[in-house]
Design a protein around this ligand. Structure first.
Ligand code: AMP
Length: 404
């Protein structure tokens, strides 16, 4: 089965075609670029680490609304033309959409109908930059390939199992009832995929698996897994909460915003500061972990110290939240590739009995692996994430179940 995996942003459409059952490559790899749609109130690019064997075509259409590409239908026309070239006449079977916000309704991937599209649209206020773009992508597919089944896979869905003690903010209930202000969590597709891989690697049934999964890309979050399900996660109402990220601040005292608003800063300016100009970028001057590690100067050391300290605090807390984790799992760009950052975090977790195998931690590989020492109290794993594969598989499962 061939699934087109679509990640529609407001100014770009990222796509890949995946062969679900074999993972075999058909056609060429395309270009991979940054999604220009990031920032704002919600939405978060996840890491991709795709072997060419699973990748059939991949590319990016930039700056919708400028030049040749005036809207999402135009973007799809270009994608369609590229697919014609790279797929040697093979036909798509379905489309899987990465949809950022599923609100409280969607806990699983769903087959898209008009009613589902409208439901995604009703969630626009919770993800004003991303859900409208997803809807444009869905409608563009309807126009381009009206007979193709479409499935929505939600970034929030895996966190629908959060207990109320985790998702509720301690503010008056009116704000939840009227605005839907609560913790939703993001990166769910990646975390669910990585959790399943980690349980398999350790030979543990997923329903018995307790772990802390750190998805450390440009956006970063950490999730507490109990019995294979998400019970707490560091991103909240939006992807801004939690860890120090590439360009986002993570946790801070909300009074800072009130203080600055009273001094004349606008909501848009503060949004930009917190989502685009903070995090590693503010501390070091770049969001590239490689540059930080290479620099090795005082500023770089302080940056690593702040980011690893914040993550270690969360891991310690989540170890308690799941009544004892069996494993700590690192994934995404930094989690998969930066042995220095993993070492800094693990060092802080020594009081929990965490010990790395230094050689295993330093070794570069693109497979799931254990990097802890045999006498470590918790296993430490690196598991490459593959969000597109997870979306393609979820799409295929829904399409089969619905008999499309
Ligand atoms: P992602 O959003 O998952 O693509 O991750 C982006 C982050 O991963 C950036 O901070 C990159 O600097 C970091 N990253 C990617 N490759 C490496 C590497 N080889 N070593 C250290 N950090 C890396």
């Amino acid at each position: 089965m061939l699934v087109l995996v679509l990640n529609s942003g407001s100014s770009s459409v990222k796509y890949q075609v995946r062969h679900v059952s074999t993972g075999s490559a058909v056609g060429a790899d395309g270009a991979v670029g940054a999604d220009g749609a990031g920032g704002g109130a919600a939405g978060d690019g996840s890491s991709t680490s795709d072997g060419p064997e699973a990748l059939i075509a991949e590319g990016i259409v930039e700056r919708i609304g400028e030049g040749e590409v005036t809207d999402h239908v135009e973007a799809l026309a270009i994608i369609n033309a590229e697919l014609d070239e790279t797929m040697s006449g093979r036909q798509l079977d379905a489309v899987g959409h990465r949809v950022v916000h599923g609100g409280e309704r969607f806990s699983e991937p769903v087959l898209i109908s008009n009613e589902i599209t409208r439901a995604i649209e009703r969630l626009n206020p919770l993800a004003p930059l991303h859900n409208p773009a997803n809807v444009l992508g869905i409608r563009a597919i309807e126009d381009t390939w009206p007979d193709l089944p479409q499935v929505a896979v939600f970034d929030t869905a895996f966190h629908r199992t959060l207990p109320e003690r985790s998702w509720r903010y301690a503010i008056p209930n009116h704000f939840y009832r009227h605005y839907g202000i609560r913790r939703y969590g993001f990166h769910g597709t990646s975390v669910e995929y990585v959790t399943a891989q980690a349980a398999t690697l350790l030979g543990t049934a997923r329903q018995d698996f307790n772990a802390v999964v750190a998805h450390l890309g440009n956006g970063a979050s950490v999730t507490a897994i109990e019995g294979g399900r998400s019970v707490d996660t560091s991103m909240g109402f939006t992807p801004l909460e939690g860890l120090v990220m590439g360009t986002r601040s993570g946790d801070l005292d909300p009074s800072i915003l009130l203080f600055l608003q009273r001094d004349g800063w606008t909501a848009d300016e503060l949004d930009r500061m917190l989502n685009r100009e903070s995090g590693l970028t503010a501390l070091f001057g770049s969001n590239d972990m490689r540059a930080i590690v290479e620099a090795g100067d005082d500023r770089a050391r302080l940056t690593l110290d702040i980011a690893s300290y914040r993550l270690a605090k969360y891991i310690g807390g989540y170890h308690v939240a799941v009544s004892g984790a069996q494993a700590i799992v690192f994934t995404a760009g930094i989690g998969e590739n930066s042995w220095e950052f993993r070492q800094a975090v693990a060092h802080r977790l020594a009081p929990l009995g965490v010990k790395l195998d230094d050689d295993a931690n330093r070794a570069q590989a693109d497979t799931a692996r254990v990097i802890s020492a045999p006498d470590s109290a918790l296993a430490v794993l690196v598991v490459p994430t593959d969000e597109e594969r997870a979306i393609a598989e979820a799409t295929a499962a829904v399409v089969h179940a619905q008999g499309c």
